[in-house]
Write a protein that binds this ligand. Structure first.
Ligand code: FES
Length: 188
C-alpha cells in the first residue's frame, strides 16, 4: 500500500503543507484580484497630482504638436484632446485664442450633468451636450441646464512644442446667470 492511497487524514505532512499552501495561495490571489480595483479607486492617478502635468495627446495617443495644431485650426476654435482627468474623464479641449495662440487654460469636456462628452459647436461658439441639452459658453461657463455646474478647467502651457495640462490652482472667474461660484467645484 502506498502512502498516497488513503484518505486525507493519512496524507503525509509534506504533501499536506503543499496543498495547504496552494489553497492559501488561491484564496490570497482571489482576494487580491477582488481588492485590487477597490484599492486603485482610492489612489489618485499620478497624472492628476498637485503640480504634475501631462502632455495633450491626440486620439492616437501621440503628443499634439503646437505648430501643426495652429497651422490646421483657426482662432477661437476648441480642439478635443486627451488630457487630465479632473472630473470623471480626461477628454479636454485645447483653447486657441483670438490671437491664434494656445490659451493658458483647457476645458474638460465631461458634461457636469451625467458625464457625456460635450462637443464644441464652432458656429455658435458654444459647447452643446447632445444627451440632455445642456449648454456651455466658449470658456465652459454654464448657460443652460440641466447640468448643475460649468465644465471643469485645467491649466495649459506650451513647452517644447507640446501642450502641458496641469491641475487648476486658481479661482473660477466665469460667471453666468446660472452659476457664479469662485471656488472651483471640481477641486472639492
Ligand atoms: S449629460 Fe449633458 S445634459 Fe445630460
Amino acid at each position: 500500500m502506498t502512502e498516497y492511497s488513503a484518505g486525507p487524514e493519512q496524507i503525509p505532512m509534506g504533501r499536506r503543507q503543499l496543498l495547504s499552501l496552494l489553497t492559501g495561495g488561491a484564496i490570497a490571489a482571489t482576494t487580491a484580484a477582488v481588492l485590487y480595483p477597490v484599492v486603485l479607486y482610492f489612489i489618485p492617478p499620478a497624472s492628476g497630482g498637485a503640480g504634475e502635468g501631462v502632455a495633450a495627446k491626440d486620439a492616437a495617443g501621440n503628443d499634439i504638436a503646437v505648430d501643426k495644431l495652429l497651422a490646421d485650426h483657426q482662432p477661437g476654435e476648441r480642439i478635443l484632446a486627451l488630457g487630465l482627468d479632473v472630473s470623471g474623464g480626461d477628454a479636454t479641449y485645447v483653447v486657441i485664442n483670438d490671437q491664434k495662440q494656445i490659451d493658458n487654460f483647457g476645458i474638460n469636456a465631461v458634461c457636469t450633468h451625467l458625464g457625456c462628452v460635450v462637443p464644441w459647436d464652432n458656429g455658435s461658439k458654444s459647447f452643446k451636450c447632445p444627451c440632455h441639452g445642456s449648454q456651455y459658453s466658449e470658456d465652459g461657463g454654464l448657460v443652460k441646464g440641466p447640468a448643475p455646474q460649468p465644465l471643469a478647467l485645467v491649466k495649459a502651457e506650451v513647452k517644447d512644442n507640446k501642450i502641458i495640462f496641469s491641475p487648476w490652482t486658481g479661482q473660477d472667474t466665469r460667471c453666468t446667470d446660472l452659476y457664479c461660484v469662485k471656488e472651483p467645484w471640481w477641486k472639492a
